[in-house]
Every structure is written in C-alpha cells, then in structure tokens.
Design a protein. Structure first.
Length: 226
C-alpha cells in the first residue's frame, strides 16, 4: 500500500517506553529514515544513539524533559535539557508543572518554561511544551498555552500519553485558537491511524507525536503504546 509521504513530515516517530531496548530504538531510527519522518523522539538516555543513527538523513533528534510527570524542579529540567541538547537533541519536549497549571499559577508556569526555553534556544534547538490536557480543565489548558507563548516556547503539545489520556480534536482546536497561527501545536498520545492524524491536522496541529507512525502513513491501524 502506498504511504502518505506528505503526512510523514508531520510525525515525531516516538518510543518512550521505559523498557525500550537499544535494538528497538535503532529500529525506530531506521523506520524514521525510511519513511522520512520529522524526528525520532526518545528518552534522554537514547539521544546520542539516535543522533548517530539518523545522521545525514534529515531526520531530527527529539527528547523529553521532566517526563512524564513534570513534577521535578525547574533547575532539574534545565540541567536535563542542557544534557540532551549537548548529546545532540534538535528538539526538546518538556512537561510543565501540572500542579501550577491546576492552581492557576501562571507566573510559575512562565518561569519554569522560560528557564528551559533559554537553555534550549541557546544551542539552537526548539522547545515544545507538554501541557497534559487530560489533567486540565479548558480554562487551565488556555492558561498553560498562554504561559508557553509568553515564555517563548516554539510549540505547545497536548499530552505525554502516560497520564490518563491523549490528544483530542477539541483540545488541539482550543490550543490553536489560544496560541494563534504562528506557534506550533503538537498532537500526541492516542494518534494511531491516518484518519486520526488528518483530523488533528485539520484541527490545527502542525506536528503529530506517535509510536504508530509507520501504520499511520500506510493507512493502517496502529497498536496502543508509546
């Protein structure tokens, strides 16, 4: 079956399971190169492995920070982000302080995101901010997105996929409306089919995070997982 080549460029091909093996990481890298996905997204442990595996292919290396809870200190997130970028990450997906978002503490969110943004941008990488939509009300989602904009993030992202739910069309549309046309919006968690991906893009997503990238571009149904 032919693949959807244009859609492939939206996909961060993702493997974030804690028990992922080196061979599984390398398989994901080979798939990303074969299908021309935008990036490979992995835990910080695997950044240098991915960077080496995709070198020269045009596929970017992405890593997650403060993942999956967002409950570490800002200083820890900055240190983790600096390490991932030093190891070769082109993109960083950080989890916000969910507690601050639920409490309506916008200043805390801005300070947390800004510190990581400065560390990431200093080395020419980009920052995506995971707001974990499944744990927030619509009002809290808007607040988190506004904080990300104010702090100079490059993207807002729906979910980790680990904390009670993933991306929905409604959340993507709300996030796009909140951040405006210029910031990226990444739909992540539970996107497993071509139809899912297209629906997210129609709602305003400019990036898709998925462990089912190959199935998506082949028009098949991917299995649950991340």
């Amino acid at each position: 079956m032919p693949t959807d080549v244009s859609l492939a460029s939206y996909i961060d091909h993702t493997l974030l399971k804690p028990d992922a093996s080196r061979e599984q990481i390398l398989t994901v890298c080979r798939e990303a190169v074969e299908y021309s996905f935008k990036s490979v997204c992995v835990n910080p442990l695997w950044v240098s492995t991915v960077r080496t595996a995709v070198k020269g292919s045009g596929v970017l290396t992405c890593s997650v920070i403060g993942f999956p809870l967002g409950a570490t200190t800002t200083e820890s997130k900055v240190l983790e982000a600096r390490g991932a970028v030093a190891d070769g990450a082109d993109e960083i997906d950080m989890v916000i302080s969910i507690a601050a978002a639920r409490a309506g503490e916008k200043d805390v969110l801005v300070a947390d995101i800004l510190a990581v943004a400065d560390a990431v941008h200093e080395h020419g990488a980009i920052l995506k901010v995971i707001i974990e939509t499944a744990l927030l009300t619509d009002e809290q989602k808007v607040l988190a997105c506004q904080a990300a904009v104010e702090a100079g993030a490059d993207f807002v992202k729906t979910s980790t996929g680990f904390n009670g739910g993933g991306a929905t069309v409604e959340d993507v549309a709300l996030m796009r409306k909140t951040v405006g046309p210029d910031l990226g919006v990444k739909a992540s968690g539970g996107v497993r089919s071509l139809e899912d991906a297209r629906a997210m893009i129609d709602a305003g997503a400019t990036r898709i995070g998925a462990s089912s990238g190959v199935a998506i571009v082949k028009g098949e149904q991917g299995a649950a997982g991340y």
